[in-house]
Design a protein around this ligand. Structure first.
Ligand SMILES: *Cc1c(COP(=O)(O)O)cnc(C)c1O
Length: 400
């Protein structure tokens, strides 16, 4: 009898299977299921970084700035964001860039004193919005959302008003993995006269993002999750071109000047997206990010999304067959059109299984109070790996 959960035919039919060998091996890992928290390194990253240090930094020295380094922050990013050139930069961390953009956005809507957010959003997003609101004397309207779901257009419509300066939300919920209807929410916010900022930390590199098509104003995202830029990789930011002339960087610095090398007395911001930069770009880290962005572009984000959906669909099938009898609940959407790149499984006591899972070489993500996030990155994860990892989880549950 054929096993409907056999991973072999799925791996055999996977057009992206060849990409798996292009990641650095991790010999003791049976299943890496945390690509949504820290992507694996492409093997080429080590070579490219070593070559950069030896040949570019090493031999070009200060001349390197004029030979491409200076432009790197603007060149990356557009690859996977559905954004025309000149609207993205790679810089800072997500938290810092988010602060810059939230602060700049509310300054663009004087006379409006409200920011709409999701009460269940990732802590840093709530911290940044809360911090800017406190500094500027604004009100935060945090919409209470279902932890297994996410923010809906109706909820945003009920929350915005003529007092709303900014709607600041995550495209994919970090817990449930639910994809928000970004186009509809952006339209609703704009109808109320507000700006919209999307945090793409859990979508970029896993899900097609269409910032220009949505009509989004601002966006940020994380370089080390599905973009595999490495621990603490710089973030990326987006500002719609029409909005750029009014953007005031709350952390102005010489690299964001119109003429950084003129060393003028007064600050005049660069005309385009570079005005978001503060200091010297993180070139070494950007080189690491570039390797992965090129790989994702080569695979094609639509193919990445198709494989990601097949992987998370497989997680759901296995969860229903093996884990539900042990009381495990799926706290993520089953509907593919709104399912992001990861699946949240919950069960009281999951925390205690984390150590034995790690000991067995199975690395999922844990979120308080009792959630295991299963984030199988499309380019680096096989169906066999998902099968093996969730098999270890089932065996552990059998023994509890
Ligand atoms: C991962 C993540 C961040 C990370 O911010 P850092 O500044 O890189 O620590 C921010 N927001 C969201 C929604 C995230 O998922």
């Amino acid at each position: 009898m054929t096993d409907p959960l056999d991973p072999a035919p799925r791996d055999a039919g996977d057009p992206l299977a060849g990409f798996r060998d292009r990641f650095s091996p991790a010999p003791d890992v049976v299943a890496y299921l945390d690509g949504n928290s820290l992507g694996r390194p492409p093997a080429a990253t080590a070579d490219r970084l070593a070559a950069f240090v030896r040949d570019e930094w090493g031999t070009r020295l200060i001349r390197g700035w004029d030979e491409g380094w200076w432009q790197l922050p603007e060149e990356l990013g557009a690859l996977v964001l559905g954004a025309a050139a000149g609207q993205t930069v790679v810089a800072d961390s997500t938290t810092v860039l988010l602060h810059k953009l939230v602060r700049a956005a509310v300054a663009l809507r004087p006379g409006r004193d409200g920011i709409v957010t999701d009460a269940g959003d990732f802590p840093t997003d709530r911290d940044v919005v809360g911090g800017v609101a406190a500094e500027r004397g604004l009100r935060v309207h945090a919409v209470g959302t279902d932890p297994a779901g996410g923010i809906t257009p109706d909820q945003v419509a009920a929350a915005v008003s003529e007092r709303t300066a900014l709607v600041c939300l995550s495209h994919v919920g970090y817990r449930s993995g639910r994809i928000a209807d970004a186009a509809a929410i952006t339209r609703i916010a704009h109808d109320a006269g507000a700006l919209v900022l999307w945090d793409l930390s859990h979508s970029a590199g896993a899900i097609p993002v269409e910032l220009d098509a949505w009509g989004a104003d601002l966006a940020v995202g994380c370089g080390y999750k599905y973009l595999n830029g490495g621990p603490g990789a710089p973030a990326f930011g987006y500002v719609r071109s029409g909005l750029q002339p009014g953007i005031e960087n709350p952390l102005p610095g010489w690299v964001g000047r119109a003429e950084p090398f003129a060393m003028e007395r007064d600050f005049t911001p660069a005309t385009g997206i570079r005005r978001l930069l503060s200091g010297t770009p993180p070139v070494l880290a950007a080189v690491g990010l570039q390797v992965s962005l090129e790989m994702i572009a080569e695979a094609g984000i639509d193919a990445v999304r198709a494989k990601s959906l097949a992987l998370t669909g497989y997680v759901l099938e296995i969860a229903d067959a093996w884990l539900a009898p042990h009381g495990v609940t799926v706290a993520s959407p089953r509907e593919p059109s709104v399912r992001g790149g990861h699946v949240m499984l919950t069960r009281p006591g999951f925390r205690d299984l984390l150590a034995p899972l790690h000991a067995a070489g199975v690395l999922p993500d844990f979120r308080d109070p009792d959630g295991l996030r299963i984030g199988p990155a499309a380019l680096s994860t096989s169906f066999a790996e998902v099968h093996a990892g969730l098999g270890v989880l089932r065996d552990l549950l059998d023994r509890t």
